[in-house]
Design a protein around this ligand. Structure first.
Ligand code: PHE
Length: 341
């Protein structure tokens, strides 16, 4: 029996020493110390021993159990340590590897210009409005004094969303004049930038979608002098303090009188060059005094109040500001182009 116990101790310690995982240790514990294990089997033979041998063998068996348990414990600690070291090796971070460069985007050049213009208007006390691109023909045309038979309402020029021409993609931001007068208390001082849509073929200066900035001022005693003063101040902040401007008579159904504003070509100083197509002047906006019919249509008494309105193309401003020659570049969103701004 003594030899059996020694053999158990020897075999158990040997196999414990060569285990590679915690599960193997558990199997060994079961094999030697478990209810049906080898040590238990030997202990069952105790009955057949002489009485004086029993305590001695009992002591020895406990010894074996203790040393096997101890060995399992020690090996378990070794395995844990190894596993930890392996994990540290696996998860090691090499701080010398160069990092991944994240490409961060930036504002589109057109919105850079828009934000500058917004700042100018905000500094003059204007409120910034946002409005619908899908619009009732009423707001885009009729209430802007543009009756049903007006050529501007042709199907060939406008994207209508309904057969009866009642709903459309707005062709101008002037719809915001009506929406502002309908909802704002007087006096009104607003600017409303946004997308507009026209059935235009794409070329260097045309796109079926482009952006306008609408402006509207309504108060007592507003005159054409206020219109000119305001727009001159705005344009000189955009194009520089020495910019030369001129106002030409024009026609819009919803303003009377109406005008267009030109700036003298900053490239050639008015002599004529490719930038101004030989004209010496570049058109920058349409404007005028709000038509009395438009005011009264919005419940504002034209005998008491007057106002001016203007609309400018944002793309054209951005092209001029950044010396870009083709409007398509603004919309193509080729990062090689956009990265230059
Ligand atoms: N809506 C006009 C256009 O698209 C511009 C304009 C706005 C003219 C406001 C007068 C007043 O051409």
């Amino acid at each position: 029996m003594k030899e059996e116990l020694e053999t158990i101790r020897k075999n158990a310690l040997e196999s414990i020493g060569s285990t590679k995982a915690g599960a193997d240790l558990e199997a060994i514990r079961v094999k030697y110390l478990g209810k049906k294990g080898e040590l238990t089997a030997v202990l069952k033979q105790m009955g057949s021993l002489a009485a004086e041998m029993r305590p001695i063998m009992g002591q020895m068996a406990n010894d074996v159990r203790a040393s096997v348990e101890e060995a399992i414990e020690a090996q378990s600690a070794v395995l844990e340590q190894r596993a930890m070291e392996a994990r540290l090796r696996r998860e090691a971070v090499d701080v010398t590897i160069p990092g991944k460069k994240l490409t961060v985007g930036h504002k589109h050049p057109m919105y850079t210009v828009l934000d500058e213009i917004k700042d100018i208007f905000i500094s003059m006390g204007f409120e910034i409005l946002d409005g619908p691109e899908v619009e009732l023909a009423d707001y885009n045309f009729t209430r802007l004094n543009t009756p049903e038979d007006h050529p501007a309402r042709e199907w060939s020029d406008t994207f209508y969303l309904k057969e009866d021409s009642s709903i459309l993609l707005r062709t101008q931001t002037s719809n915001m004049q009506i929406r502002a007068m309908e909802t704002r208390p007087l006096p009104i001082r607003v600017m409303a930038p946004g997308r507009v849509y026209r059935k235009d073929e794409v070329d260097a200066t045309h796109s079926p979608m482009f952006h306008q900035i609408e402006g509207l001022v309504v108060d007592k005693g507003v005159t054409m002098g206020d219109l000119k003063g305001t727009l001159n101040a705005v344009i000189r902040q955009i194009y520089g303090p020495n910019t030369v401007t001129r106002f030409r008579p024009h026609h819009f159904p919803f303003t009377e009188p109406s005008c267009e504003m030109d700036i003298q070509c900053h490239k050639c100083g008015g002599v004529g060059c490719p930038t101004c197509k030989g004209e010496g002047w570049i058109e920058v906006l349409g404007a005028g005094m709000v038509h009395p019919k438009v005011l009264s249509g919005c419940g504002i008494d034209p005998e008491v109040y007057s106002g001016f309105a203007f609309g400018m193309g944002l793309e054209r401003l951005a092209l001029g500001r950044f010396k870009i020659s083709d409007m398509r570049l603004i919309f193509e969103n080729d990062v090689r182009f956009l990265n230059q701004f």
